[in-house]
Design a protein around this ligand. Structure first.
Ligand SMILES: [Zn+2]
Length: 246
């Protein structure tokens, strides 16, 4: 959005959910995240420029969200990883809630700049985003991230500038780092073998945060890389392909 007067603020929403605008390339922009289970169809957006001096200027319109089909993945895992005992189940639920609470926390400052970089070296694309998972014959939650297969010990780097929001060892994700890029954008790094950062630490794009491992629910060493815009699980490939002007 361009030609916004100095001192004016920009507000907007998609389907009534507020968007967070930031100064970008001489104008204002907001990052919209669509969850992998978002229903296709027409969605209404609204933008307002609020200026103390004049009447607010508003615009509204619709975006069409197209259907995307995801692959089906069949996995065999040790029963203990799929049907945890009640205590472990409770633990996993609490850990999930803790992450959801984090994703709803919006740091009002943009901590990233420029293009996003892949979190492991090489050129092989990550796989499995959105895959409908059938584990030991039962349908489970879709895969919310993308997996890079890489040998244990491979360095894992921050996809862009941010602040370490969480370092933990959780049941399903294993040893993990979550990076807050500001304005509701988070990247997730799961199943790590080692972690080299601490909570609150500022990271540059490309800075090593840990190494690839197979901790948590993993069939072998790989990096599970996720991206959240608020509670929306977005395709990390969309983030890496984002053409960024500044
Ligand atoms: Zn994964």
């Amino acid at each position: 959005m361009k030609n916004v007067p100095e001192g004016a603020t920009v507000e907007g929403s998609l389907d009534g959910r507020p968007l967070t605008f930031f100064a970008y390339a001489g104008g204002h922009a907001a990052l919209v995240g669509l969850d992998l289970e978002q229903k296709p169809g027409a969605h209404t957006w609204r933008v307002a420029v609020l200026d103390r001096e004049r009447e607010p200027r508003t615009a509204r319109g619709q975006v069409q969200i197209r259907r995307r089909d995801f692959p089906v993945q069949r996995l065999q895992l040790p029963p203990a990883m799929v049907e945890p005992d009640p205590e472990t189940e409770r633990r996993a639920v609490l850990e999930g809630q803790r992450m959801q609470t984090l994703y709803r926390t919006i740091t009002p400052e943009r901590l990233w700049r420029g293009r996003f970089t892949r979190p492991v070296g090489g050129t092989e694309p990550a796989t499995g985003f959105g895959a409908r998972r059938i584990i030991n014959g039962l349908a489970r939650a879709p895969h919310g991230g993308a997996d890079y297969s890489a040998p244990k010990g491979t360095p894992v780097v921050a996809a862009n500038g941010g602040r370490v929001a969480l370092v933990a060892e959780f049941f399903f994700p294993g040893r993990l780092v979550i990076v807050d890029h500001g304005l509701g954008l988070y990247t997730l790094y799961f199943h790590l073998d080692s972690v080299e950062v601490t909570e609150g630490q500022r990271l540059e794009r490309g800075q090593t945060l840990g190494t690839v491992g197979a901790t948590g629910r993993a069939t072998g060493p790989h990096l599970h890389f996720g991206a959240q815009v608020g509670t929306a699980r977005v395709d990390p490939a969309a983030l890496l392909n984002l053409s960024v002007l500044d």
